[in-house]
Write a protein that binds this ligand. Structure first.
Ligand SMILES: Cc1cc2nc3c(=O)[nH]c(=O)nc-3n(C[C@H](O)[C@H](O)[C@H](O)COP(=O)(O)O)c2cc1C
Length: 223
C-alpha cells in the first residue's frame, strides 16, 4: 500500500507544515504503508493555461514536471495534501497543482481512494485552508479520513497536540484503505455530482473524448 504526500511550502526542511506531514507518514508507516513525499515547491509546474486539452486527451499537454507528479499522486492508494495558510488559502504552489489537476474532477481520479489534509497558520483560522484541500479530494471522488491543522499562536503545546493527531490520522488513513471504509456524508454529494455531470459529459462527448471514454470504461455512463 502506497501513501503519497504533497508538500507545498517554499521553506523546504524548515517548513512547519512538514512536521505534520512527517508525523502522518510516520503513523502510516507504523500501520504498514510505504510512503513518499513530493515537495512541489521545488519542482517546475507552470500555471494552468485553461486549454482543457486534458479533458480530451486525459493528460496535460504542457511540458514540465506536472505529469510526472500527477502519475505518482493519482496512482497512490492514499494521498495527503498539505499547505501553509497563505492569506487564508493554500500556497500558490499547491493552488497551481490543483488547477493543473482539473481533469481529476472530470475523471474522478481519486475514486475508491482515501486522503488526509494538513495545514499550519501563523495566527488566524486555518479551517478554510483545510476545506480547499478536502474539497479537492471529495470533488475528485476521494474520501477524507481526517484533517489536522494548528496555529503557531497556539505555542509548542498546540504544535505537539497537532503532531500527535497527525500521527493518529496517518494510522487511520491506512485502516480506512484496508477496510474500504464508508463515509456516507461525503459519498452522497459525490454521487449527486456524478448524476448531474453525466448530462454535461454526454453533451460534450466529442470535445471531451477522453473523459467520456473513461466514464464508459468505469461503467458510470452507457455508451
Ligand atoms: C505569504 C504568507 C502569507 C501568510 N498568510 C497567513 C494568513 O493569512 N493567516 C495566517 O494565520 N498565517 C499566515 N501566514 C503564516 C503561515 O501560515 C505560517 O507561518 C505557517 O506555519 C507557515 O508554514 P510553513 O512553515 O510550512 O511554510 C502567512 C505566511 C506567509 C509567508
Amino acid at each position: 500500500m502506497k501513501i503519497v504526500a504533497i508538500t507545498s511550502s517554499p521553506k523546504g526542511k524548515n517548513s512547519t507544515t512538514l512536521r505534520l506531514v512527517n508525523a502522518a507518514l510516520e503513523g502510516a508507516r507504523e500501520a504498514g504503508a510505504e510512503t513518499e513525499i513530493i515537495n512541489i515547491a521545488k519542482m517546475k509546474i507552470n500555471y494552468c493555461k485553461g486549454c482543457v486539452s486534458c479533458y480530451a486527451k486525459g493528460k496535460c499537454v504542457q511540458k514540465d514536471e506536472y505529469n510526472k507528479i500527477a502519475e505518482k499522486f493519482f496512482s497512490a492508494d492514499g494521498v495527503i495534501l498539505s499547505s501553509p495558510n497563505y492569506i487564508d488559502n493554500v500556497s500558490a504552489q499547491l493552488k497551481t497543482f490543483l488547477d493543473r489537476s482539473a481533469n481529476s474532477i472530470h475523471e474522478q481520479l481519486l475514486d475508491g481512494k482515501y486522503g488526509l489534509t494538513l495545514t499550519t497558520s501563523g495566527g488566524s483560522e486555518y479551517e478554510g485552508v483545510l476545506k480547499v484541500m478536502s474539497s479537492f479530494i471529495n470533488r475528485s471522488g476521494g474520501l477524507v479520513v481526517g484533517s489536522v491543522g494548528f496555529s503557531n499562536a497556539q505555542g509548542p503545546q498546540g504544535a505537539e497536540e497537532a503532531i500527535r493527531k497527525a500521527r493518529e490520522v496517518g494510522k487511520e488513513l491506512v485502516a480506512a484503505i484496508k477496510e474500504k471504509r464508508s463515509y456516507p456524508e461525503q459519498e452522497a454529494p459525490i454521487k449527486e455530482w456524478r448524476r448531474r455531470f453525466e448530462q454535461t459529459l454526454t453533451f460534450n462527448k466529442e470535445r471531451w473524448a477522453h473523459n467520456y471514454q473513461h466514464w464508459v470504461e468505469k461503467g458510470w455512463i452507457k455508451a
